[in-house]
Design a protein around this ligand. Structure first.
Ligand code: FES
Length: 110
């Protein structure tokens, strides 16, 4: 299975993903560039992504912790999610998303 990720420069990457992985881990491990400062503990909001609206309804809804944490992220939109809170499954094969401002790794943001 795979996901499509538009990076901070507008380039789209098709990344192989494994069942049960967090979407954030897929993006990070393929070195596309995501800060994900807390490593997936839902404590930083630096893994903020914009889900392609066509895919939004296919995701499990965010829990209260994710909603609270998203309040800390800049430029939140209706299709914002934290990528560390989305687990890959067959249903999400082909998921498309864009990295949101504030999720750039330090070297890119500087
Ligand atoms: Fe920190 Fe997702 S990696 S909230």
């Amino acid at each position: 299975m795979h996901i499509k990720v538009i990076d901070h420069h507008g380039t789209e990457h098709t990344l192989e993903a494994l069942d049960g992985w967090r979407v954030m881990e897929v993006i990070r491990d393929w070195d596309v560039g995501i800060k994900a400062e807390c490593g997936g503990a839902c404590a930083c909001a630096t893994c903020h992504v914009y889900i392609d609206p066509e895919w939004l309804d296919r995701l499990a809804p965010p829990n209260d912790e994710e909603v609270d944490r998203l309040d800390d992220a800049p430029l939140v939109e209706a299709h914002s999610r934290l990528s560390c809170q989305i687990l890959m499954s067959e249903d999400l094969d082909g998921l498309r998303l864009r990295l949101a401002p504030g999720s750039e790794p330090e070297a890119v943001a500087a």
